[in-house]
Ligand binder design. Structure first.
Ligand SMILES: [Fe+2]
Length: 357
């Protein structure tokens, strides 16, 4: 896509911290619930622990702050064997608490709950109904216009917003007989797979993120696109574009991540169009083709996934027919994405050694 740099929104890559970087330490408050790490790199799972009980526990703030730290460190956390689906109120309280508790401790702003530009017509606009129909499950692919690659769907939520998401929560209660798995990938590990020379080069760059295809979605839904304030005063208007640093630092972990995704990131601002296209293609390939930085999750009724949009990507599998995968999502807004040289590689910070010799 050709994009004239003169028309780009101004970069928002400045440091949005009130002081220096102060990553949060794990307190071990959730160890009693026996979390299981699903891969060495990404994904932690709890079984039978009721999220509703954590929300109402006398020490809820301690437990939820630790949960938010776990989400940012492990990219995605799953809660299986939930007795009931979460109410919209529980989902919103949870998203608010997770965002607020970590932002105040890390010295960043918490942005609010997002209103998706195509969801304003619903009764509760801070909740996005996630249905198979919306994503086109079961539809035939078009030879002329459609992609035949399932990997095209890798993305990070709403990065077209100047203040994008820190954490998203999805509760799914209607599931197909099989299929419909979701995959997540680690932006920390994608960063750690750059050679030091390339990493250093990318740390000085910014990229344009564009969600203006949602105008077409709104048109197809025959509902006007919501161009009002979407959870934060900076997320306003009909032009769904933002410029973010290409490498960002997660304020909760202090770890550097690769902040580009192939659905929304269109252009590296400081490079020519050709250079940008080639480099972005390689960066997207790093995420798509390294299955050892991904985790694949098989949904069961009432399961909940909570993920860090600051530091991960995800992709749904549209391999089932019929419209029988239904859930609700709440999306918390973080602070403006930023880069600081105080950030560290995850591998370096955990003493794992470099991935590349
Ligand atoms: Fe998503």
């Amino acid at each position: 896509m050709a994009t004239q740099t003169e028309t780009l929104p101004s970069a928002v890559g400045s440091l949005s911290l009130s002081g220096s970087l102060s990553p949060l330490k794990s307190t071990g408050a959730l160890e009693q619930y026996k979390p299981v790490e699903l891969t060495p790199v990404i994904g932690t799972q709890f079984r039978g622990v009721q999220l509703g009980d954590l929300l109402d526990a006398p020490n809820a703030d301690d437990l939820l702050k630790e949960l938010a730290i776990t989400i940012h460190r492990r990219n995605v956390v799953f809660f299986k064997e939930q007795k009931a689906q979460l109410t919209n109120d529980q989902l919103k309280r949870l998203a608010t608490k997770l965002g607020q508790l970590t932002a105040s401790a890390a010295g960043t702003e918490w942005g609010g709950l997002h209103i998706h530009p195509t969801e304003k017509h619903r009764d509760d606009n801070e909740i996005s109904p996630i249905t198979a129909q919306a994503f086109g499950a079961g539809r035939k692919r078009s030879r002329q216009t459609g992609s035949l690659l399932a990997s095209r769907g890798w993305h990070t939520d709403i990065t077209f917003e100047p203040v994008p998401s820190d954490i998203a929560i999805l509760n799914v209660w209607e599931i197909p007989e099989n299929g419909g798995d979701t995959l997540w990938a680690s932006a920390y590990e994608a960063y750690d797979r750059l050679t030091p020379a390339l990493a250093k080069f990318l740390e000085g760059l910014t990229a344009l993120h564009d969600g203006n295809h949602f105008h077409k979605v709104a048109e197809l839904q025959k509902k006007p696109l919501y161009d009002g304030v979407r959870g934060h005063p900076l997320n306003d208007g009909a032009n769904l574009q933002a410029v973010h640093p290409l490498i960002t630092v997660n304020p909760v972990t202090g770890w550097k991540g690769l902040f580009v995704n192939q659905v929304f990131t269109k252009r590296i601002v400081e490079l020519s169009e050709d250079e940008s296209d080639h480099l972005l293609k390689y960066l997207f390939t790093l995420v798509r083709e390294n299955h050892d930085l991904q985790v694949r999750f098989k949904w069961e009724k009432n399961d909940v996934a909570l993920w860090s949009n600051t530091s991960s990507y995800h992709n749904v599998t549209l391999d089932y027919t019929g419209y029988n995968r239904t859930g609700h999502r709440a999306v918390s807004l973080g602070s403006k994405p930023f880069f600081t040289s105080e950030g560290k590689s995850r591998r370096e910070d955990l003493g794992l050694g470099a991935w590349i010799e």
